[in-house]
Design a protein around this ligand. Structure first.
Ligand code: DNO
Length: 357
C-alpha cells in the first residue's frame, strides 16, 4: 500500500507539509483545488502551483480528492455537457501534475452528512457524529448552518453549492435512483476515455452515510451497488475509492469481504473506524479495531492478502489534545491512525516472511 495524507492546501489547512513529512511512510498528499466550485476548469497554472509546493517537500500528487461533479450532471440537465467538457480539461491538467487517481462522488446535493462535528467521546476527545432521528426530522438548512459553523469551508459543502439548495431539492423531486444511475452512466461514458488516455483511474467514493438523506436518491452504498457500478464498464480507469467508514456505517456492509471481492478495482482506500449504535446513530472513533464497529485489522489483512499496491489514507480522525483543526482532519489522530495501519501491515508482512522460511 502507498500511504498518503489529505492536505487542503496552503493557507487552507491547520496542518503543514512540514508536519506531514514527519509521519512515517507518507509519500504523497491527497489534494484538490478547494477554491474551485464544481463545474469550473482547473487551470494548468493553478495545478502547477500546488505541484511546486509538493515538490519542495518531496511529496507526489498522485491522488486528487475530489474533482466534484456539477449538480447539473447528476440531475441530467442539458447543460451537463458543458460541465463535462470542463471536467475533461481538468482531468488533462491534473495529469500534468502527475495525477493517477481522481476521486469523485455522485451524491445529490450533500456530500457527507453529520449532525455534530464535535461530539465528545468517553476519553474527552471529540469526533464527527451522526444522529439519525435528528436528520430524519431536520430542516436541511439547519444542517447547513451547523456543518458550516467551523470557520473552514467544508469539502462538499461549498457556498456555491449551498446557495442553490432550494432549487436543487426541487429538481431532485423528478430524479429517482434509476434516473441517477442513468445520469452517472452518461457521465462515465464521456469521462472514461479521457481518463484512459491520461492514465488516470476514476475512483468513485461511496455515499456517506450509505443511505438516503432528506429523501434524496443515493446509489453507491452496498456490495450489490458496487457490483452494478463496476459492471458499467471494463475500462481500466473505472475504479473505486473504498471508504471503510462510509460503507461501515451500515452493519450489513461487510467491508473485508468487499475488499476480497473488488481488490483489483480499488484504486484508493480510505481507512477509518466508526462505532454504530442500534438506533442508526454513529460516531467516528480511533482507527483501532476495538474502539469501533469496523474490523480495521481484517480490512488491512484483506488488502495485504490482495497484495494491494494502491493508495491509502487514514480517513477522518478525532480531535485530540485540544487541537484546533478542520473537523475530522487534524494532525494527531490521523497520524496515530497511520501508525496503526502500518503496524498491522508490517505484522502481516512478517507473518508471510516467517511462513515462507
Ligand atoms: C469528507 C470526505 C468527503 C469525500 C468526498 C469524495 O471528509 O470524506 O468529502 O472527500 O465524498 O468525493
Amino acid at each position: 500500500m502507498q500511504m498518503t495524507f489529505r492536505w487542503y492546501g496552503e493557507g487552507n489547512d491547520s496542518v503543514t507539509l512540514e508536519q506531514i513529512k514527519q509521519i512515517p511512510g507518507v509519500e504523497g498528499v491527497v489534494w484538490a483545488l478547494h477554491n474551485r466550485p464544481a463545474g469550473e476548469v482547473w487551470t494548468e497554472e493553478e495545478v502547477m502551483e500546488v505541484k511546486k509546493q509538493a515538490d519542495a517537500n518531496g511529496f507526489h500528487l498522485d491522488v486528487v480528492e475530489s474533482i466534484n461533479v456539477h449538480e447539473d450532471i447528476k440531475l441530467g440537465r442539458s447543460s451537463r455537457d458543458e460541465y463535462i467538457e470542463n471536467y475533461k480539461i481538468s482531468l488533462r491538467n491534473v495529469a500534468k501534475a502527475g495525477a493517477k487517481v481522481v476521486c469523485f462522488n455522485f451524491m445529490p446535493v450533500f456530500d457527507w452528512t453529520r449532525t455534530d462535528l464535535y461530539k465528545e467521546l468517553e476519553d474527552g476527545s471529540t469526533a464527527l457524529f451522526y444522529e439519525k432521528s435528528k436528520v430524519d426530522n431536520m430542516d436541511p438548512n439547519e444542517l447547513i448552518s451547523q456543518t458550516t459553523s467551523s470557520g473552514y469551508t467544508m469539502p462538499g459543502w461549498e457556498p456555491e453549492r449551498l446557495k442553490m439548495i432550494t432549487e436543487s431539492f426541487k429538481a431532485y423531486e423528478s430524479v429517482d435512483e434509476e434516473q441517477l444511475w442513468n445520469n452517472l452512466e452518461y457521465f462515465l461514458h464521456e469521462i472514461l476515455p479521457i481518463a484512459e488516455e491520461e492514465d488516470i483511474k476514476m475512483a468513485i467514493h461511496p455515499d456517506d452515510p450509505p443511505w438516503s438523506v432528506f429523501n434524496l436518491p443515493r446509489i453507491i452504498n452496498s456490495e450489490s451497488a458496487i457490483e452494478r457500478y463496476l459492471a458499467i464498464s471494463d475500462s481500466p480507469s473505472h475504479c473505486l475509492t473504498l471508504c471503510s467508514g462510509s460503507l461501515g456505517a451500515n452493519p450489513d456492509n461487510d467491508i473485508p469481504q468487499m475488499i476480497r471481492r473488488f481488490a483489483d478495482r480499488i484504486a484508493f482506500a480510505h481507512i477509518r473506524n466508526v462505532r454504530i449504535y442500534d438506533n442508526g446513530n454513529f460516531i467516528e472513533t480511533s482507527h483501532r479495531t476495538q474502539d469501533g464497529s469496523v474490523p480495521i485489522d481484517d480490512i488491512v489483512k484483506a488488502y495485504h492478502e490482495a497484495g494491494f499496491k494502491g493508495y491509502v489514507r487514514p480517513d477522518h480522525g478525532r480531535h485530540l489534545w485540544k487541537e484546533d483543526c478542520r473537523p475530522g482532519y487534524g494532525l494527531y489522530d490521523r497520524a496515530l491512525g497511520i501508525m496503526y495501519l502500518w503496524g498491522l501491515w508490517d505484522a502481516y508482512e512478517l507473518e508471510n516472511r516467517k511462513g515462507a522460511e
